[in-house]
Design a protein around this ligand. Structure first.
Ligand code: CFM
Length: 546
């Protein structure tokens, strides 16, 4: 197995591959794309730093989604008891309705609006005469029907173009109701260069309108918030299971299977654990500045990474009981993981993978492939920023362009009554001396081998070229890439929606993933398939009137 994949790599050197990817582009496009294709640590590369979070070149079929998708779909979508109303034409609401496999359970209160699709269904006359009245009527109707704790309104492109004042409408409705928090998001699809802008717009409003709203004390020991975990395919359920077993109290998850009350109580936790750095790192910073809660980066993708993250949380609290319980849980969970690996790795070791996902999974999932003995030969994000590639130390050097300046940065000060350092300066010092790192993320680049290809905002053309040249044993991305890759004879795994699988987080999730990848990389089915035009290229046709 190992020799087969080595052979493929020897045939190609990364500089040639990069040149071939760029070859067909007009010179200006090639120059731009060259800055987003990096040969990892390669001395001959003239692009030592990767350009990220910039506009996609028009005409290129990008993998990215829009700002509305990042706000409504990614951040607010997984919260079950907030009514999310899309203000816009029905298409935006319909295509953002249940398209992301963030799971939820209705909880003891039974409130769950996830399965509904709320929209103002804007028509041409609303675009011409304005949609504010229609929006107010929709909010009123949702309130009368469901009496929810909270209603959120999302702007789509036309709303920004015609200038509906959604914030005034929602503020008025909030006052009118008195018992329902109503607010809006100016997350028009064109607002930023990708989903990433939508995350920021969503998170700013959650922080401004919800976090800190509930001071009723939350019971429990070792209180944490889990930031940037969205319960895709039930990942959050598996992580919750592990937390419970360890005795860790999760006050809130941003935002997998979450409730309004969880966000409102988040300021009561003693630690923020950040899973997806891209979608939420600034919220961790804002909560720290306002309430004094420190944050650490964690990763629950991969069994070893899960164990490492649990130990990190236990070390932070520094409590003997917790440390022992975490060790006990790891010792209980690992035998199943090890048994699966012993069976599967002989069939997966030495195989190769490519990962192109949003802003975090192309990094996290490399840990799972490593556990299977597989090598990631090329990876990249759709919309991550430079710090997600190269680590937070580059943050001070990132130049803000006009697109980034467009996204509001909240000024946050310490809360006059509720700011409270969670650990004494002495405790923090002792932790740091022992190598404990707060607010730290190294990014994807240092975890990848030398001469691997790291590509930002990969597009359809480059994806197909890359697969043709490097012939990976598996390609991981999303639904837009799935069928074009399979047609090349290479197995494809969706890492956004997990196809119909999951969970893949935690210990049980890791075992699920090993089995899934084993099944995919050891099946020859895709390479046997031939499209009709491959079997018989001489197709002929005639008009039916002939
Ligand atoms: Fe974070 Fe995500 Fe991702 Fe993301 Fe996403 Fe997603 Fe993703 Mo799809 S929040 S950046 S905007 S881990 S929806 S749950 S899978 S692109 S890599």
């Amino acid at each position: 197995m190992a020799t087969a994949s080595k052979k493929k790599l020897v045939r190609w050197n990364p500089t040639d591959i990069k040149a071939e990817l760029l070859e067909k582009y007009p010179p200006k496009v090639a120059r731009k794309r060259a800055k987003q294709i990096m040969i990892n640590e390669a001395q001959q590369s003239d692009t030592p730093a990767l350009t990220a979070n910039v506009r996609t070149i028009p005409g290129i079929i990008t993998m990215r989604g829009c700002t509305y998708a990042g706000c409504k779909g990614v951040i607010m979508g997984p919260t079950r008891d907030i009514i999310n109303i899309t203000h816009g034409p029905i298409g935006c609401a319909f295509y953002s309705w249940l398209t992301r496999r963030n799971q939820t359970d209705a909880g003891p209160d039974g409130e769950n609006y996830m399965t509904y699709c709320f929209s103002t269904d804007m028509q041409e006359q609303d675009i011409i005469f304005g949609g504010e009245k229609k929006l107010a009527a929709a909010i009123q109707e949702a309130y009368d029907l469901f009496h929810p704790k909270s209603i959120a309104v999302f702007a789509t492109c036309p709303v920004g173009l015609i200038g509906d004042d959604i914030h005034t409408v929602t503020a008025r409705m909030k006052d009118q109701f008195g018992d329902c928090n109503v607010y809006a998001f100016s997350c028009e699809g064109y607002k930023g260069v990708s989903q990433s802008a939508g995350h920021h717009i969503a998170n700013n409003q959650v922080f401004r309108h919800i976090v800190g709203e509930n001071d009723k004390p939350k019971e429990g020991k070792y209180k944490i918030n889990l930031l940037g975990e969205y319960n895709i395919g039930g990942d959050g359920f598996e992580i919750d299971r592990i937390f419970k077993k360890c005795g860790i109290t999760c006050i809130s998850t941003f935002s997998g299977n979450s409730t309004y009350d969880q966000f409102a109580s988040a300021h009561q936790a003693d630690l923020n654990a950040v899973m997806c750095h891209r979608s939420i790192n600034y919220v961790a910073d804002m909560i720290e500045s306002k309430y004094g809660i420190p944050w650490i980066k964690v990763n629950f993708i991969g069994a070893k990474s899960t164990a490492k993250s649990l130990r990190k949380i236990a070390e932070y609290f520094g409590d003997r009981n917790l440390i022992e319980q975490v060790e006990k849980v790891i010792a209980e969970e690992m035998p199943e993981v090890e048994a699966a690996l012993a069976e599967i790795t002989p069939r997966t070791a030495g195989k190769t993978a490519m990962l192109f996902v949003g802003g975090s999974r192309a990094h996290h999932y490399q840990d799972l492939f490593k556990e299977l003995g597989m090598k990631t030969i090329s990876a990249g994000y759709e919309f991550a920023h430079q710090d997600d590639y190269e680590g937070r130390q580059v943050l001070p050097n990132i130049k803000l362009d006009a697109d980034s300046r467009n996204i509001e940065e909240l000024e946050v000060e310490a809360d006059a009554t509720r700011f409270k350092p969670r650990r004494s300066a002495k405790q923090i010092e002792a932790l740091k001396k022992g190598g404990f790192q707060f607010k730290h993320y190294d990014g994807l680049t240092p975890d990848m081998d030398k001469e691997t290809l790291i590509i930002d905002d990969l597009n359809q053309y480059e994806a197909e070229k890359l697969v043709e040249i490097m012939q990976p044993d598996i390609f991981c991305a999303g639904i837009k890439e799935k069928y074009s890759i399979q047609k090349l004879g290479v197995p494809m795994k969706q890492l956004h929606s997990y196809d119909s699988g999951g969970p893949y987080a935690g210990f049980k999730g890791a075992v699920n993933f090993y089995h899934e990848i084993d099944r995919l990389v050891n099946s020859k089915v895709w390479s046997y398939m031939k499209a009709p035009w491959q079997k018989n290229p001489q197709l002929s046709a005639s008009y039916n009137w002939e």
